[in-house]
Design a protein around this ligand. Structure first.
Ligand SMILES: Cc1cc2nc3c(=O)[nH]c(=O)nc-3n(C[C@H](O)[C@H](O)[C@H](O)COP(=O)(O)O)c2cc1C
Length: 198
């Protein structure tokens, strides 16, 4: 897990109801495109974002297993929809309802991922804040969580109700052939130093 400190207690709710925060990544989760709303809300310039792993906006309050769930879906060609608390450059937070999908080229080859994000209601933010706090607390202290390897995170995720949800959601839209593993893997490929990263 990337430690993206500092954080403040201030929430940036400057996103309008009809706006979308969009980004694209390569198959490893490295940012290749951001729209103007992303830049305005997150407070980074395009130059600071492009070429960086998408966890540049990761908030330390987010439970690790939420992203294991996200990548488990994406890597098998399934869409992921979830709620994410992100961190602005100045440490403020912004909540988004995000949908991520796999992108393929004309030959069906996976070329990356696309994410679109909408503003969330206050009720949904409060609900998710409480749920994510429970999940993050179960993962340990901030220091313990920062040291978890991808393999350990995936094992925790496999034992959680999210795993069942990930593989049972009705109305799944699979983007092209399934069953292949695309890009970053959460299950059996910890990073070289054994820690989770980008
Ligand atoms: C298209 C796309 C968009 C993403 N958007 C976000 C995001 O807005 N916030 C976030 O924390 N992670 C996002 N991620 C997930 C990150 O790549 C990463 O897995 C996550 O931040 C957890 O970081 P960690 O592996 O350092 O724990 C996105 C991934 C993809 C493929």
């Amino acid at each position: 897990m990337r430690l993206t400190l500092p954080v403040t207690n201030h929430e940036n709710d400057g996103m309008k109801d009809d706006e979308w925060i969009c980004s694209k990544t390569d198959t490893e989760g490295v940012i290749t495109y951001v729209n103007d709303v992303f830049i305005r809300i997150a407070g980074y310039s395009a130059t600071e974002l492009l070429g960086q792993p998408h966890n540049i906006v990761r908030h330390p309050d987010m439970p690790c297993i939420a992203f294991a769930w996200c990548w488990d879906r994406l890597q098998t060609g399934l869409e992921w929809r979830g709620q994410v608390k992100n961190r602005c450059k100045n440490g403020d937070t912004y909540w988004v309802d995000v949908t991520m999908t796999l992108q393929r080229d004309g030959n069906g080859r996976a070329i990356g991922y696309f994410a679109v994000r909408r503003k969330m209601t206050r009720e949904k933010i409060d609900e998710m804040e409480a749920l994510y706090k429970q999940l993050a607390d179960a993962e340990g202290t901030a220091e313990q969580r920062a040291r978890l390897s991808r393999r350990e995170i995936f094992e925790m995720y496999r034992k959680s109700p999210l795993y069942v949800l990930a593989h049972q959601t009705e109305g799944d839209r699979r983007h092209g052939p399934g069953n292949e593993s695309i890009g970053r893997r959460t299950d059996d490929r910890p990073s070289p130093d054994g820690r989770a990263n980008g």
